[in-house]
Design a protein around this ligand. Structure first.
Ligand code: FES
Length: 152
């Protein structure tokens, strides 16, 4: 992240170590992941241990230490979704976007992830695109939901 942007985030939170989580959320919000250099800088600027910053950054699944795409597509692979066809949906997305499972397209447009049950089993198979839940998913429905991404 640009050093000016990072300084603005730190200043917004008065460089308060108690605001560490909020600072990481702001960085994640702007960059879509937590760059290693920013984690180190945050630890230095707040005078907290690098281990503490990393422990927060790795504890919450909403944080990513790897660069992620502009859009995040999550396919639930929990048992209920799995038996209703989730693996076929993953294959479909992989073929359509030439993206590895748990990976990002080369143009950084889409990140494909899988999770094990998000607690909405009755909607399975479930796909979450940019935090929006799409239940009872089929390949045809998936094409409609993902169509705008193909045109970007
Ligand atoms: S198994 Fe997919 S939401 Fe529970």
């Amino acid at each position: 992240m640009d050093t000016t942007k990072l300084a603005a985030i730190l200043d917004k939170h008065d460089r308060d170590p108690a605001a560490l989580l909020a600072i990481l959320q702001d960085i994640q919000g702007q960059e879509n992941y937590l760059p290693k250099e920013d984690i180190i800088k945050v630890a230095q600027e707040l005078d907290v241990s690098l281990a503490r910053v990393y422990s927060l950054a790795t504890f919450f699944s909403s944080f990513s230490l790897e660069p992620r795409g502009k859009h995040i597509c999550t396919v639930c692979m929990g048992t209920a979704c799995h038996v209703r066809g989730a693996p076929k949906l993953v294959d479909h997305i992989r073929r359509q976007f030439d993206v590895p499972e748990s990976g990002t397209t080369s143009d950084m447009n889409l990140t494909l992830e899988t999770v094990n049950c998000v607690g909405a089993c009755a909607l399975g198979p479930l796909v979450i695109l940019d935090r929006e839940y799409h239940g009872n998913m089929t390949s045809a429905k998936l094409d409609r939901v993902l169509k705008p991404l193909k045109q970007e």
